[in-house]
Design a protein around this ligand. Structure first.
Ligand SMILES: Nc1ncnc2c1ncn2[C@@H]1O[C@H](COP(=O)(O)OP(=O)(O)OP(=O)(O)O)[C@@H](O)[C@H]1O
Length: 724
């Protein structure tokens, strides 16, 4: 086989186009259909509005004539709907015009339109479950870049894209913690309430799960529920006539039992039912089939809603590189300062990667703005550990005064919060209750000190005492701080309760802790200890421990035999690890301040001698790490890494391809032609080409020695562009 170039057919060609919703399709085709019950009690009749025999027709007609609310005011007398719309819009404008960033203090409110930076949102995806820990997701998203998906504007999430014809009733928007889902919801609503977008929509009702949870086990009809949540006295509208959007933010926080299989069927908006039954019926479309539904969720919980009820999946991917810069320019008005912050962040790859998460941008902006503008003597943070430690110190300083009055000292606070963070991280919990606090020695009355003071770290949600750290990464950092200082100050290895090594160690040394932590992180299937491990490694450096001097009476700061830990991590890298695990260990080396492996590879790459180098197993892993994290992968060219004349000291071409498979998988196009590949690589190619997570769309296999039987085994779904 001389020439072989193949291309993956697009998803439409494969019949995987945006999920057509049979129920919705039939709703559209039968426009006069409506539930008799809905019509019987139609509120529009009570209001004297023209009752249309076809509710959906009515709303569609009014959509077309609907313009800016002000136009309407001028042209006709104010209808009941206009009045309600005005009231709802003004209510939503005042609720959402400012962004409250983890703190409820007035001074911290920023006008949303000032700070809002467009996010990178994509359309597509099957709504599949993602159990991976979020830090892994971030890195995959970073590596995947922008190739595979269709970007979509926030205000267009219900609009059809070119080539789509199935109406979209329910949109599910996924995104990891702190990526900007809630801010997106807020901006969407504000744009509507300010008359800037989606003016064909009559009413929008935000229904955050955080608030719905508080109504668990209570019974309402839909109108009463909306009145309660909107805080309005009278909310009369024609549910089947008006174009309404319900926004359910934070499905991952839902503590209602949404049972989509056995829920009571509810079609009548005047009928009372428990909140979970109301919600499931709204989402399924039994209740208000013409309403639009927007649900946001972290990826791990996105499957709580059955995919057949979801007509479009979108994904908030956070900020792309230009958006990261725009964020800092918007937040920091002093342009010289914002430029310094941006160039500092760009100088550290791991910090700049993390800036994909708007929440991390906020943390960095808070820390760097203070440090760079106040001529602080401390070293400007270059690693994640340093950034989070400075953030913690800043927050602690902010709360000193009140904490002093309450006789809570920093040491106590850090160790108690750390214990809570650690215990629950090990169990995979991000939300805590009062009893969890008590178990960690936090008195519930004292909790108000933590939440009141530490709001940026620790947030008490209104009305009911449910707690969480404002971002998972803050929990992961505090957990590592706890592990470190439990050992430094008390010689206790708290990890031993959760992770037993093959031979249990009676007298822990600091090295045992790292060994345990690495083992635990490697054993975790979803990577939930990856970031914790990075922080723990960073905290092993004496220089980072001494940062805590301003908080702890004693830090017990001691060098934890950094060289021994570095060598241990390097040994682990040579083991047969998944790319994600190996990448995380390289990040650990960065936190430990060791860049040797990476530098060796960079030197070969810069000199163009990588194909001649005889690489050790850890250098091969370093090459994969460098390629995966340095830039977006468009075209992978195998011949950059293989020698023309093969000699015994080098790996075969098939082996080189094998080592670089993680890079091939995340490239859009792979140039593997003229590389003397043999049929031995067919199994590897098959695994990449059939992998769901692969980004590969085109592979050039021209002029290799693949046997046609081998090729057939993996090219079943692929379009062959050239073949001899
Ligand atoms: N588009 C944006 N422009 C400016 N800042 C943003 C934007 N999106 C998010 N942020 C910042 O990031 C923080 C976290 O965002 P947000 O609360 O929307 O995340 P989330 O995806 O809803 O997270 P979670 O799943 O934890 O609820 C915000 O408080 C804000 O500081």
């Amino acid at each position: 086989m001389d020439q072989l170039k193949v291309k993956k057919p697009s998803s439409e060609q494969q019949g995987r186009s945006a999920s057509p919703c049979p129920s919705h399709a039939s709703m559209r085709s039968d426009q006069s259909m409506g539930h008799p019950e809905d019509l019987k009690e139609s509120r529009s009749e009570q209001q004297g509005r023209s009752a249309s025999p076809c509710p959906r027709h009515a709303s569609m007609r009014s959509d077309q004539s609907m313009g800016h609310p002000d136009d309407l005011k001028e042209s006709s007398a104010v209808s009941p709907l206009d009045k309600i719309q005005e009231e709802v819009q003004s209510n939503l404008r005042s609720r959402f015009q400012c962004l409250c960033e983890g703190i409820s203090r007035q001074s911290d409110l920023i006008p949303l339109n000032e700070i809002y930076t467009e996010l990178y949102i994509t359309e597509g995806g099957s709504g599949e479950i993602n159990n991976e820990h979020e830090i892994r997701w971030i890195e995959t998203a970073f590596r995947r870049g922008t190739r595979d998906d269709t970007p979509i504007n926030l205000n267009d999430i219900f609009k059809l894209l070119p080539g789509q014809d199935q109406p979209i009733r329910t949109v599910l928007t996924k995104g990891v913690a702190g990526i900007g889902k809630t801010v997106s919801v807020q901006k969407f609503i504000l744009d509507w309430a300010e008359g800037k977008a989606n003016q064909d929509v009559h009413l929008i009702f935000p229904l955050p799960f955080r608030e719905l949870n508080l109504l668990k086990n209570q019974t309402f009809n839909l109108q009463d529920l909306l009145q309660l949540l909107m805080g309005t006295k009278q909310l009369e509208f024609s549910p089947n006539e008006d174009k309404i959007i319900f926004i359910f933010d934070g499905l991952d926080e839902c503590r209602l039992s949404l049972d989509f299989n056995n829920s009571v069927r509810l079609c009548d908006v005047t009928e009372s039912a428990s909140v979970d039954v109301l919600l499931t019926n709204l989402i399924v479309g039994n209740l208000l089939p013409s309403a639009l539904i927007w649900i946001t969720s972290r990826p791990a919980a996105a499957d709580l809603v059955p995919s057949k009820c979801v007509h479009r999946v979108t994904e908030v991917r956070g900020f792309n590189d230009p958006q990261k810069e725009e964020y800092f320019r918007r937040r920091i008005s002093d342009q010289i300062l914002s430029d310094r912050i941006i160039s500092h962040l760009k100088s550290s790859r791991s910090l700049f990667i993390m800036c994909h998460i708007p929440m991390f941008c906020w943390i960095s902006a808070t820390v760097l703005e203070k440090m760079l503008s106040q001529a602080e003597s401390a070293e400007i943070p270059k690693t994640l550990t340093q950034m989070y430690t400075h953030f913690l110190i800043l927050q602690m300083r902010n709360m000193h005064e009140k904490a002093f009055k309450m006789k809570v000292n920093d040491e106590d606070m850090i160790l108690k919060l750390g214990k809570l963070a650690f215990r629950h991280l090990m169990k995979g919990n991000a939300i805590f209750y009062e009893e969890d606090l008590r178990e960690c020695g936090i008195d519930v009355t004292e909790a108000s000190v933590y939440s009141g003071l530490c709001t940026q770290i620790f947030r008490e949600e209104c009305q009911r005492k449910v707690f969480c750290f404002v971002h998972l990464s803050i929990q992961e950092h505090l957990a590592a701080v706890y592990v470190m200082f439990s050992f430094n100050l008390k010689n206790v290895d708290v990890l031993s309760e959760y992770q037993s090594l093959k031979h249990d160690v009676q007298y822990p040394t600091c090295f045992t802790i790292y060994e345990r932590a690495v083992e635990a992180a490697l054993q975790s299937k979803n990577g939930h200890l990856d970031l914790f491990l990075r922080f723990l490694m960073g905290l092993s450096l004496e220089s980072n421990q001494t940062l805590f001097q301003c908080l702890l009476t004693q830090t017990g700061a001691t060098s934890h035999n950094t060289e021994q830990i570095i060598q241990y991590v390097k040994r682990k890298i040579t083991e047969d690890l998944s790319p994600e695990k190996s990448i995380n260990l390289f990040h650990c080396l960065n936190e430990l301040g060791d860049h040797t492996l990476e530098k060796e590879i960079q030197d070969y790459l810069n000199a163009g001698t990588i194909k001649d180098a005889i690489l050790s197993p850890s250098q091969w892993s370093a090459l994969v790490f460098v390629l995966l994290t340095s830039e977006k992968l468009e075209v992978f060219k195998l011949n950059k890494y293989i020698r023309n004349e093969f000699n015994q000291k080098h790996l075969t071409q098939d082996q080189v391809l094998h080592n670089l498979l993680p890079v091939v998988e995340l490239s859009r196009s792979a140039e593997l032609g003229c590389c003397s590949l043999s049929e031995n690589c067919c199994a590897d190619l098959a695994s990449v080409l059939s992998s769901e997570s692969s980004c590969l769309r085109e592979v050039n296999l021209n002029f290799n020695n693949l046997q046609s039987s081998g090729v057939k085994s993996f090219l079943l779904d692929w379009e062959i562009l050239t073949a001899n």
